[in-house]
Structure formats: C-alpha cells, structure tokens
Design a protein around this ligand. Sequence first.
Ligand code: NPQ
Ligand code: MG
Length: 375
Amino acid sequence: MKLARVEIVHLAIPLVTPFRTSFGTMTTKDTFLLHVVTDEAEGWSEFAADPEPLYCSEFVAGAEIVLRDFLLPRVAALPRLTAPALGPAMAKVKGHELAKAALETAVLDAELRAYGMSLATYLGAVRDRVPAGVSVGIKESVADLLDDVERYLAEGYVRVKLKIEPGWDLVPVRAVRERFGDALPLQVDANTAYTLADAEHLRRLDEFGLVLIEEPLEEDNLYGHARLQQRIATPVCLDESLHNARDTASAIALDACRVVNVKPARVGGYLEARRVHDVAHAHGVPVWCGGMLETGVGRAPNLALAALPGFTLPGDTSASARYFAEDVTEPFVLDADGCLPVPRTPGIGVAPLPDPLRRFTRTRRDLYGGREGGR
Ligand code: NPQ
Ligand code: MG
C-alpha cells in the first residue's frame, strides 16, 4: 500500500449521563477520528484520550501535533506501507502510545480491507460474541448508585465495575454487595487515587469478594503495587501502569498485578495489545479489555481483541447506549445473554455513518497529503 492522505476529524458527542471518576467528570466525548486513504483501501480509527491529560499524559491537541510533525513523516517515508512496519518506524519517538495506536489502527483497517480479512481473524479470535461489563461512575449518593446498577443489570450486563476514590469506597461497595448479592461479579477502579499509606484501608475491601481492584496507586509505582498486593487478598489489576508487553511481564514477575487490563491505545496499538495478552496468558494471568468511552469506531476493534482466548474476564466493552444516545457508527447492542457481537466483516468491521459523522464533526483537516497537505 501507498499512503495518499490522512485526515483528522474532530468530534464532540454528548454522553447520556456525566461520567465521574477519581480524575474528573466527563459530559462529552471530545476526540478525533483518523481517516487514512491509501492507493488500495481506506481505514478509520479513534484517538482514545481526552482534550485534557487527566487519565494519562496524552491529550487531543498534543496528539494532533505528534501525528502531523513526528509520526506521519516517518510512516510516509516507509517504502511499503503495512501495519507491522509502523511500530519500528515510530519507535524513535518516545511515548505517545495513544497517538501511535490511532495511526497503526487506521492503517491496519485499510490493509485488512484490502485483503478482505476481519481484524478478529487477523488477531486470532476464538469467539463470536464477548460478555459485556459496565463501568459505573462516582455518584452523588449511594441511592443514585444503586438505581444505576439496578438499571444496568436489568439491561443484561454480566459484571459491574465501580469507580472509587478516597471517601467513596467501602460504603458504596458494601451497599452494592448487600443489595445485589455475592454472586454478582463486582470489581473497583481507583484510577491512581490512593497511596501505599492507604494499604490498611484498602484491605477492608477484602471482605466483599471483589474480582479485582484496578490501578489503586500511582501510575509509575509498580513496586508500591507489589507491596500492596502482599497486604491485601483482592487481586490487584493494572491499567495506567502498563504501556507495553515488557512492562506487563515485569509487573507479573514482581507480583505487582494478578490481573491485566488491556487497552490497545495505552500500549500503542493492537499488535502490542496481542503481545500483552500473550505474555499474561502464558503466565496464567487473566486478561480483560478496558474501555475509553469509545464511539463505535473504537469499540469495534476492541471487541475483536476481546475475542482472543486469554480474555477470560468480561471487559468494559459496553453497548453504545451506555455512553451515547446516538453513535457515529451503527450502534452495538447487547444480546439476550449480555454479550456483544464480534465484528466479522473486513478490517475493524465498521465505518462512521455519513449523517451522524457530519452532525458530530467540529473540524476536519488533512494531516498528510490532500489539499492543506502535511509535509
Ligand atoms: C478506566 N475507563 O478503566 C477508564 C477510565 C476513563 C470505562 O472506566 C476520556 C478519555 C474519558 C479517557 C473516561 C472506564 C475517559 C477516559 C474514563 C478514561 O480507567
Ligand atoms: Mg481503569
């Protein structure tokens, strides 16, 4: 393939309800899609982060510059454009995994469309449907939280994740356990809100039989997570801390985590995400697919990944309606068993629909080629 044009499409899509985590409150999904045009096929992807660097250090405006000035010139210089060549071509640019993932995914979508192969087949999927969990934000009151959880369970979600922070942990977790019973697969996500000094407090979560506690401590504190794991029975799961397969192997060897959250964007794309899966699965460590409030463009390839054999826990791969009244693609809808279908058509299996795309678009620019031409 030969790269002809790369377009950035900035979107803003309202969320059905504000989503509060320990790092902030979101009311709109405000991000961009990448549209890659080659001589053989076109591809789409979604940048996973927000306009503000609160979940991770990357953010929308920074990613646009990194793509335009540092990543695209390297990728455009490749003699032959193919997704597996992108990682090595971009490796000298430090960090920026989410920006790299967006570019690699759009190129991979185009490449697989040219072959007529689905991403699920390419990655080695072994399932046609994947069970869906739901991530529930921090609420104004426990009563509000119980209402939300009840509604999600009625919709069919098979496991619940509660966002926690200091001051919103033991009480909401106890309330959900008491109301919905011990059989409900329940887990919590702190998004780095605690320190190792909170170990005794976090140990009090042990009595609730949680599936896991996700990213309790600082992003760059593998040692602290290992120390914490020695003091609590709840399995520690890492999200923000894991940026590639190598640091995942280190975390497992240190016993800093007993479960792995894989977000393809956080590890630089689907090829590295498969390697993260492979290393965790080889150690018998359960893997699940995280979520970044993606539109259908980001959700579709996550479902393909979540169909790999090591994804033995339900992910945050929720239905479109969990976040959006209207999606930019055909919506993903839960089936009667609380599962979502794995896309099976070529590439990521979806593309933005022209009408919603037009209505949700803020701006479109060419980052490479085209009229405004990159470099
Ligand atoms: C997590 N996701 O597992 C993340 C946090 C998160 C579904 O809980 C914009 C960009 C909004 C990144 C919202 C879930 C986000 C975001 C939440 C990340 O930690
Ligand atoms: Mg998380």
